[in-house]
Design a protein around this ligand. Structure first.
Ligand code: SF4
Length: 373
């Protein structure tokens, strides 16, 4: 990440991790922090699962996880992996055979805990399948399913027990000369998850997958994830993340990106800066922002847009954004381009005109990018 010499208080120093590949997506090292989600369809329903993967990829998912609890889902995985626009992680719990089938079916990564699948020969077989098919592995420690001997040793799920569990799983892979793994230590309690991740970050240089598990519904889960993941990312910890919400996977991806965008760790699409509105507003700020968010969802180029109800804050915010609109009263407002006052615009044309300006700017950026490649 490029550091900001002008505003050093914005710098985040990322923990140095080694890099692995999940399909064609690098995870760890200096790779962008990738955003993941997980499908919630019946995995053996290829069409429904692919549709969900494509919708998630359209809003920016870099990697998607699909659970493969039975043979019919690992069979379906072959077509899903072939058609998916992003690498697929197969989610396996105890059945080592599903892991082998998923690797054969084209999964880019297996989410499996080697300590949970039985004796050493089974671990060897899964590692061999991963090696043969170019799969990485994610070790996923969860506070809710810690090994019995660790619960006995520590009395309850605690950061130390979670890190120890993670290191035990790592050892099993390393003993088989397998190093293409990343690791998570999730908990639904933000304090527990944050402490466990900090311990893990010191104990290994493996790339870290962040998550607050079972975070809740759209609003409560978003807040919880933003606090938990936000703090860790701010400390420089985390190479890939999934926000877990009881909501559409598309929402998980959007929230993940918003967390990264808030910290300046990723940029994608239009970042709207808008005021909460009050009696001074020269137009309906809330309805306008809702409409713009929806109509600008397809924009991938990073861009900032300020939508401010009146001149109290409008010109100041517009100075720092690529595009701006400030309400001015009498049914019209002012458009700002690259921080400079540009032209007057009537409120009833505003949404269409701003969408047009953003699309034009995105097309220019696309063309410049194409010319540079
Ligand atoms: S910018 Fe103007 S309209 Fe928006 S909240 Fe502030 S005073 Fe109210």
């Amino acid at each position: 990440m490029s550091l900001n010499p002008v505003r050093p208080w914005r710098n985040i120093y990322r923990r140095k991790s080694r890099q692995i590949m999940v399909g064609n997506v690098p995870v760890g090292g200096d790779a962008p922090i990738s955003v993941q989600t997980m499908t919630n369809t019946d995995s053996s329903d290829v069409r429904a699962t692919l549709d969900q993967i494509i919708r998630a990829a359209d809003v920016g998912a870099d990697i998607v996880r699909v659970s493969t609890p039975d043979e019919s889902s690992t069979r379906a995985l072959r077509e899903i992996c072939r058609e998916s626009p992003v690498p697929i992680v197969a989610d396996i719990h105890f059945h080592y055979k599903r892991a082998i089938e998923a690797a054969e079916a084209g999964a880019a990564c297996l989410r499996i805990n080697p300590g949970n699948i039985g004796d050493a020969s089974r671990v060897r077989e899964v590692v061999k399948a991963a090696k043969d098919h170019g799969c990485s592995i994610r070790i996923g420690v969860n506070a809710g399913s810690l090994e019995k001997h660790l619960l006995e040793k520590y009395g309850e799920p605690c950061p130390e027990a979670m890190v120890e569990s993670g290191l035990d799983h790592i050892k099993l892979l390393e003993d088989n000369d397998f190093h293409e793994f990343k690791i998570s230590v999730k908990a639904s309690d933000v304090f527990l998850a944050a402490a466990a991740y900090q311990g893990l970050a010191e104990a290994t240089d493996a790339p870290i997958h962040l998550g607050i598990t079972e975070a809740g519904g759209l609003v409560s889960g978003t807040v919880k994830s933003a606090i938990g993941l936000g703090n860790l990312l701010w400390m420089g910890i985390g190479d890939t993340l999934r926000v877990s919400l009881s909501a559409d996977p598309v929402e998980e991806v959007k929230v993940g990106f918003e967390i990264l965008k808030s910290l300046g760790l990723r940029t994608r699409g239009v970042q709207i800066i808008s005021c909460p509105s009050c009696a001074r507003q020269g137009f309906d700020v809330i309805k306008t922002v809702e409409a713009l968010e929806q109509r600008l969802e397809h924009i991938k180029q990073p861009m900032s847009l300020s939508i401010i109800g009146c001149v109290v804050n409008g010109p100041g915010e517009a100075l720092m954004t690529d595009l701006g609109f400030t309400g001015g009263g009498a049914g019209s407002g002012m458009v700002y381009l690259a921080g400079k006052q540009s032209h007057k615009l009537s409120n009833d044309q505003m949404i269409d005109h701003i969408v047009e300006l953003v699309e034009k700017r995105a097309a220019e950026l696309d063309a410049a990018q194409d010319a540079a490649e």
